[in-house]
Write a protein that binds this ligand. Structure first.
Ligand code: ADP
Length: 307
């Protein structure tokens, strides 16, 4: 436990009396130290790609290079620029989220659309990791589970016929329920955990995206991977800005270290929470718990349609 920090001021009066004023400044000092850490982290994160960039500029200026070599260096410079752009974009997103306590414009988002979008993003990123093939290097599956446990695999590609084996309402995309959310924000949160699963899971691994309705009308959106897993001591710190379990691995995979901080803000603004379960060597499950107040269950949708 940190010791409380006190600021003490002594006021002396003409008659020899003294007044001692003491103030607890623990929180002030903690905030100040967090602010300093944040500025130091941002500076470091920006300086690294800038230094690399400057190195390539110097090489291009000083060495007599052929066209192919020039293109190679320019490509590397482009990578560093992209990294800085991503960092600035994430910093802006985070500061916008912190500045306003409530989410932006709310709209109803179809859960089927959300799941298909997750699949497409996971697939695109996974394929990008194998530039020679359009096939994803991970096994990616998406499913939807109702409150009674009935599971519907969402077929991919998205235009495949839906779940022929299962009759009735649940198989139809428009009957899978809706979530009331700020579309961009929710999308950035789910995309973050989906892309993390792809980025940290080696080729050949499994990524399972699931939407599960709970009996009380709330829902769990989860992404399970068969990646390296995370040791228990790191889990409580994952949503801190710039916290990474493995710095070099995160950089290699293109991470800014701000993704889960953004996810936490977004989900809290939507009245939900982020849960992380993980086992070293086995994989991780990142879950967004969404409150019933933000959701329209398939039953509620059906009743509305009847009215
Ligand atoms: P980054 O941009 O570094 O991925 P995040 O905030 O998204 O930043 O994640 C923080 C850290 O959590 C990552 O650097 C990584 O160490 C760890 N992490 C996140 N998702 C996973 C995952 N699915 N498997 C293993 N580690 C993960």
């Amino acid at each position: 436990v940190d010791k409380p920090q006190l600021s003490v001021v002594v006021n002396e009066y003409g008659d020899g009396k003294k007044l001692l004023l003491s103030r607890d400044i623990t929180i002030l000092q903690k905030n100040e130290s967090m602010r300093r850490d944040f500025v130091a982290n941002v500076s470091h994160e920006i300086r690294t790609p800038l230094t690399i960039f400057a190195g390539f500029v110097e090489t291009l200026q000083n060495l007599p290079l052929g066209r192919d070599e020039q293109l190679h260096y320019l490509g590397m410079m482009q990578q560093q620029t992209a990294r800085m752009q991503l960092l600035v974009q994430d910093l802006l997103t985070l500061s916008r989220l912190e500045a306003s306590p409530v989410p932006g414009l709310h709209e109803f988002i179809n859960i089927h659309t959300l799941l298909v979008r997750c699949h497409d993003e996971a697939h695109a990123l996974s394929s990008a990791l194998a530039p020679d093939s359009s096939k994803a290097v991970h096994q990616i599956s998406v499913c939807w589970v109702d409150a009674q446990g009935l599971q519907v695999a969402i077929p991919v590609p998205a235009d495949a016929p839906l779940c022929e084996k299962i009759d009735g309402e649940v198989a139809r995309p428009q009957c899978m329920g809706r979530v009331l959310a700020a579309d961009q924000e929710l999308h950035s949160a789910v995309a973050n955990i989906v892309t993390n699963a792809v980025r940290y899971t080696p080729a050949g691994g499994r990524i399972q995206v699931q939407w599960r309705w709970q009996a009380d009308g709330s829902a769990h959106f989860s992404v399970r991977d068969s990646g390296p897993g995370i040791a228990p001591e790191h889990i409580p710190r994952l949503t801190e800005r710039f916290y990474r379990v493995d710095r070099s691995r995160s950089r290699e995979t293109g991470g800014t270290g701000l993704g889960l901080a953004i996810v936490k803000h977004v989900i809290q603004r939507h009245g939900g929470q982020l849960l992380v379960e993980s086992e070293l060597g086995k994989g991780s499950v990142f879950t967004l718990v969404l409150p019933a107040a933000r959701l329209q269950t398939p039953q509620a949708l059906a009743e509305e349609a009847e009215r």
